[in-house]
Design a protein around this ligand. Structure first.
Ligand code: ADP
Ligand code: 5GP
Length: 187
């Protein structure tokens, strides 16, 4: 049976975006949400890629308007998913795929029990730190907060329906791809 929603979570830097970006370019059946955040734009990012960037006041206005199906504070910033994006993908017959933090995964799983959750595990915390620094071109200001949160998030890995260790990218992505194919009912 085709899964309506696939939820990916992992500590920052574990490789969620790398997996999700690669998989949506391969499978038209997937619809990737563009969520809203109050965090600052990183190098290489722009409005709409990968987020809609808004200030805290605008975000809180959207909360008041019930614009978000789910929102949470993560690493000191607000992140939220608009309900209409999910409904629009479902109208098109697509499976929604999204990456959210562990609080978001819990909320979505309780709102949509048919959804499937996947936790991406980094090979080690040292490697996670290296990846974050490599991605951001230096240690971001909130590096220590992200690393502390990584340990807290990893403690939830077993509660997810599936776990994948992102060690060697090619083989880890292969494992992820196979799982997504199964969840899409393609194999
Ligand atoms: P997340 O979305 O979970 O924060 P990213 O997908 O942005 O993580 O990955 C963080 C950094 O690590 C990026 O620079 C990415 O290219 C790199 N990366 C992802 N997977 C691997 C891997 N298996 N081995 C080495 N580097 C990786
Ligand atoms: P980053 O700032 O590194 O892109 O993302 C920080 C964290 O916020 C990641 O764990 C990401 O999955 C999560 N996130 C992104 N969008 C949402 C959302 O709409 N809701 C929740 N709960 N988390 C989100």
């Amino acid at each position: 049976m085709k899964t309506p929603m696939i939820i990916i979570a992992a500590p920052s830097g574990a490789g969620k975006s790398s997996f999700v970006n690669a998989i949506i370019s391969e499978f038209d059946q997937l619809g990737d949400t563009t969520t809203y955040t109050t965090r600052k734009i990183r190098r290489g990012e722009s409005e709409g890629n990968p987020y809609h960037f808004v200030d805290r006041n605008r975000f809180l206005e959207l909360v008041e308007e019930d614009f978000f199906v789910e929102w949470a504070e993560v690493h000191g910033n607000l992140y939220g998913t608009p309900l209409h994006q999910i409904e629009d993908f479902w109208k098109e017959g697509k499976t929604v795929i999204m990456d959210v933090d562990v609080q978001g995964a819990r909320t979505f799983k309780s709102k949509y029990p048919d959804s499937k959750t996947i936790f991406i595990i980094p090979p080690s915390l040292d490697e996670l730190r290296r990846r974050v620094i490599g991605r951001d071109g230096g240690a971001p200001a909130d590096l220590e907060l992200r690393m502390k949160n990584a340990e807290l998030e990893m403690a939830h890995a077993e509660k997810f329906d599936y776990q994948i260790v992102n060690d060697d990218f090619k083989s880890s992505y292969g494992e992820f791809r196979k799982l997504i194919q199964e969840l899409l009912g393609l194999s």
